[in-house]
Each structure stands twice: as C-alpha cells, then as structure tokens.
Design a protein around this ligand. Structure first.
Ligand code: NAP
Ligand code: ZN
Ligand code: ZN
Length: 353
C-alpha cells in the first residue's frame, strides 16, 4: 500500500478539499501510473454533488487520467515503465459476460468497476479517481497514449474524447454530413474537432454568443444560438446527426425538429431530471432519439490512436487542484474554455501552488 495525496468531496454540499488515500501495491497484472494530469468532467460535478443519487463519500473524482507508467507487475506485457498511459471511466469489469466480450465493458452485466464513486469487482474496495498523484490499474484497462500528443491536452480524450468519438462512429459520421453539436463545453468542443476531422459540415448550437469565434476556430462551419427561437425555424429539418452534450434540463423536442427525416439525435449530456419527449416529435420524420455512454476499452484505444494520427487534443485550462471548486462554479456558468485539467504536481509539497 502507498499513501497518496488527493483532492476529495466529503459531502454533496461542501467544497472539495485535500485528502489522503491508499493505493494498492501493483499485483502481477497491475500497472502503477504516476498521474501527470486529470481532466475535470461535468460528471465529476454531478457526482460530487450527488445530483444523480447514490454517491458515496469521501469521493476522489477524476476519470480523464494521463500519466507515466512507474511500475509494472511481473505479468504485464502491454506497457513498460516510462510509457505515457491513460485511464478513463473504468478500471475493471467481469470480462466474461456478453457485453464485456463485445467490447462494451461499460455495460458489464455484473456492473463495471468505474474509476471513482464505485467499487472494484470485489464490490467492497472503493475506487478513487484521478484527482490524485498515483493510480494502480489492471493492464487490461490501461490505455496507451500516443507520445506525440501533449499530455495535458490528451487527458480529456479519456472521457470527453471517447464519449463523442463513439457515437460519431456508430452513426457513420462522414464527409459532407450535416452534424450539429449542442453545447460548447468539454464534450461539445471534442465533438466539433472530431466531427470536422471526419469531414462533416459542423454547426455549433450554443446558448453562449461569446463562444462563436472559438467555435469557428475549433472548426465549426456555422454557429447558431439555441437561446433564439428563430434558430429552430431557420435550421428546421437540416441535420443528419445531432450530438447533444448539454448538462442541464432543456427541450429535446425542439432539437428533434432540427433533424431531416430519419435523422438521429444522440443524447450524451446527462441532466439529472427526466425530460418529456413528445411522440409526434419522433414519428413526424421517422426520427431516432438515442443515447450513448462513454465507449469500451478497445474503442477508446482506437480513438486515442485516431487522435494521435490526426494531432487532435482538447483545449485546456490547466489549474492546480486547489482551484477545483472555482472550476466547478465556472462550469456551471458555462464558463469553460474548454476543459479544466488538474496539474497533479499541485498535490505534492514541491509543486503546490
Ligand atoms: P461542460 O463542459 O460543463 O459543458 C456543458 C455545456 O452545455 C455548457 O458549456 C453549455 O454550452 C451547455 N449548457 C449548460 N447549461 C445549459 C442549459 N441550461 N441550456 C442549454 N445549454 C446549456 O460539460 P461536459 O463535461 O461537456 O459534460 C456535458 C454533459 O455530458 C454532463 O451532463 C456530463 O455528465 C455528461 N457526460 C456524459 C457522458 C456519457 O458517457 N454519456 C460522458 C461524459 C459526460 P453553451 O455555452 O455552448 O450553451
Ligand atoms: Zn466524464
Ligand atoms: Zn462483464
């Protein structure tokens, strides 16, 4: 066991603060990673504040982890000390059930071991995430991060990257497709970058006029305000595919109206409360309303390799862990450009800001 400094939520209503956790010594198949950077996902905010229910404390959030391999167990063959490695939303699963065998470990029938706010597969040992300086994970759930990518910019690929890459691939996003991305935050800006790299004509649908120039710089061909009713008239029936990344309650029916017949609205944003959907918004035009949850391990590696080949990383604002509460507040005001990333050095005495 090693004692590791971390930042944790202790209660849904209180700010996060310093904490110490224990990490196991690496077993034969384990990889110990010295964390360099960890992205801050809006799911961290939802769970730290118990907005989805069932949160357990103390909670060390963080599932966008990039670091250097420090130590490997005797049976590890995929990575070696010194490699740039990543850990995403899962640290284990049963590996035997039908979804696991199909590369959909996030839907493991026994319940995947999520990186934090969960347990290992023994269902007893709590998992702690990346707002810390070290993590120990079975090699099957360790991702290889291309060395040409900036490690801070690569960290958000482990959740925001795969969560947008997976549905774009599943729904066949290709050259000339009209793609609309709803919400320009961490997930949204990755959807813009990935969608344009696949050749789609991308429209950014946002509530923040101030983000228009950034959306275009990120690759969007057009920008429209969802806070203006006129947008839903002008763009009615336009899109083949919409990726909705919005974290707060909003109207899916209006977005369905923006799809061409047989178009698809993919929900990836996870607002805490249910949102009513009208049957008529779906049957008029044979529309599809679908969801998507992160991506399996193999597809996450495919996405990292794709980003390595295309030089795609997240736009990040690197912060010390001590600024995480401020970052949460700014995300809630949609003031994120476009992913906060914790510099793990800030958790050590030497690197404290
Ligand atoms: P984020 O960086 O905070 O971005 C969310 C964006 O949504 C905001 O920047 C804002 O963009 C827009 N927005 C916020 N409130 C809104 C409102 N009331 N009405 C309309 N638009 C609003 O969050 P994120 O990290 O990208 O995560 C987004 C959501 O996806 C969260 O709910 C998160 O839990 C979920 N998530 C799901 C998965 C999955 O596997 N499905 C994985 C990761 C995260 P504009 O300023 O452009 O309007
Ligand atoms: Zn996430
Ligand atoms: Zn399984």
């Amino acid at each position: 066991m090693s004692k590791v400094p971390a930042y944790a939520a202790f209660d849904p209503k209180k700010p996060l603060g310093p904490h110490t956790i224990a990490r196991r010594d690496p077993g034969p198949k384990d990889v110990a990673i010295e964390i360099l950077f960890c992205g801050i996902c809006h799911s961290d905010v939802h769970q730290a504040r118990d907005e989805w229910g069932g949160s357990s404390y103390p909670m060390v959030p963080g599932h966008e982890i990039v670091g250097r391999v420090a130590k490997t167990g005797s049976a590890v063959s995929r990575v070696k000390p010194g490699d740039l490695a990543g850990v995403g939303c899962m640290v284990d699963s049963c590996r035997a059930c039908d979804p696991c065998r199909r590369g959909l470990e996030q839907f493991c029938q026994k319940g995947a071991a999520f990186t934090y706010n969960g347990t290992e597969m023994d269902r007893k040992t709590p998992t702690f995430g990346g707002y810390s300086t070290r993590i120990v994970v079975d090699e099957a759930f360790v991702l290889k991060v291309p060395e040409n990518l900036d490690p801070a910019g690569a960290a958000p690929l482990l959740c925001a990257g795969i969560t947008t890459y997976s549905p774009l691939r599943r729904w066949g996003c290709k050259k000339g497709d009209r793609l609309g991305v709803v919400g320009l935050g961490g997930l949204g800006h990755m959807a813009v970058k990935l969608g344009t790299s696949m050749g789609a004509e991308v429209t950014m649908l946002s509530t923040s006029k101030a983000k228009e120039a950034d959306a275009k710089r990120l690759g969007a061909h057009a920008f429209a305000l969802t806070s203006e009713e006129a947008t839903f008239k002008t763009l009615a029936g336009r899109f083949d595919l919409l990726v909705d990344t919005v974290s707060a309650p909003h109207d899916y029916n209006k977005h369905l109206g923006l799809l061409r017949p047989e178009g698809t609205l993919v929900v990836v944003g996870a607002p805490p409360a249910p949102i009513p959907v009208s049957a008529f918004a779906l049957i008029g035009g044979n529309k599809r309303l679908v969801g998507s949850l992160i991506g399996g391990i193999q597809e996450t590696q495919e996405m990292l390799d794709y980003c390595g080949a295309h030089g795609i990383v997240s736009e990040v604002e690197v912060i010390p862990a001590q600024k995480v509460n401020e970052a949460y507040e700014r995300m809630l005001k949609s003031d994120v450009r476009y992913r906060f990333v914790i510099d793990a050095a800030s958790l050590t005495k030497k690197g404290r800001h």
